[in-house]
Design a protein around this ligand. Structure first.
Ligand code: 3PY
Ligand code: MG
Length: 246
């Protein structure tokens, strides 16, 4: 099976949702629809490391690649997700080349980084440390999320960091940061600046959308979209179910 990383790097069109509900059952349900991948979101959801591991087991059973959005750039967040068996990490709020380089260091084994090798699930609990390291070198997807004005200002430097497979745009936080700092450029222009810089550097670029129309528009240009989340699907279906019968 082609790894998610290989598919991202070859710019195969990929679309999948966030999983925010802290339960393997949420993965069973969503992965049963066979999206190209899922992204389990520990940044904005109360998903403990133990539950995350069970959610990754569910994704493995469904044979759907599972990326994890970690809580932040700290190495321990990245190690926990990869040790539990995530096929890659999406690291939020990366705004400088130094932060991007720290992400690569934490996510990649030597000589490309400094990830520690432990007897975790990804290594079949010590049975397969060597296999974990060689699989990780080939298959661990490293994605950084650009969602601040500083990231826009530093985008070329971030794109030049070796070992980043994908840059991912967070339009929500970018809008919040732009509004807070009185950016004169509208958020659409900031997004365009990020996309065109990534295109010029030939680095795969993705974006989050909450609706299908935007998703369709972006998929015509980009190869990677995270569309909605299990929590959002439930919210929308619940609101529709509670609406008056006509
Ligand atoms: C944002 O829009 O800020 C996001 O983080 C979406 O993933
Ligand atoms: Mg965000």
């Amino acid at each position: 099976m082609t790894s998610l990383r290989a598919a991202v790097r070859s710019k195969t069109p990929l679309r999948g949702p966030f999983i925010a509900i802290p339960a393997p059952m949420a993965v069973d349900i969503v992965a049963g629809a066979k999206p190209d991948f899922i992204c389990i979101d520990t940044e904005h959801s109360p998903i403990s490391d133990g539950v995350l591991t069970d959610m990754l087991r569910a994704a493995d059973l469904a044979q759907v690649p599972a990326l994890v959005r970690v809580r932040g750039v700290l190495a321990q967040n990245i190690t926990a997700a990869l040790d539990a068996g995530a096929c890659g990490v999406l690291v939020p709020h990366v705004s400088t080349a130094e932060e991007a380089a720290a992400v690569v260091r934490a996510a990649r084994f030597p000589p490309h980084g400094a990830r520690g090798a432990g007897p975790a699930r990804a290594a079949s609990y010590l049975r397969d440390i060597g296999g974990m390291i060689s699989r990780a070198r080939e298959e661990t997807l490293v994605a950084v999320q650009l969602e601040t004005l500083r990231a826009v200002a530093n985008v070329e430097d971030i794109l030049a960091v070796e070992g980043i497979d994908l840059v991912f745009i967070g339009p929500g936080d970018l809008g919040v940061d732009a509004a807070a700092h009185g950016s004169i450029a509208p958020v659409e222009a900031l997004i365009e600046r990020l996309v065109s810089a990534a295109e010029a550097a030939q680095v795969p670029v993705g974006i989050f959308t909450a609706d299908r129309a935007a998703s369709k528009r972006w998929m015509a240009r980009l190869s990677f979209v995270i569309e909605g989340s299990d929590a959002l699907f439930l919210t929308q279906a619940s609101d529709a179910a509670a609406a008056p019968l006509d």
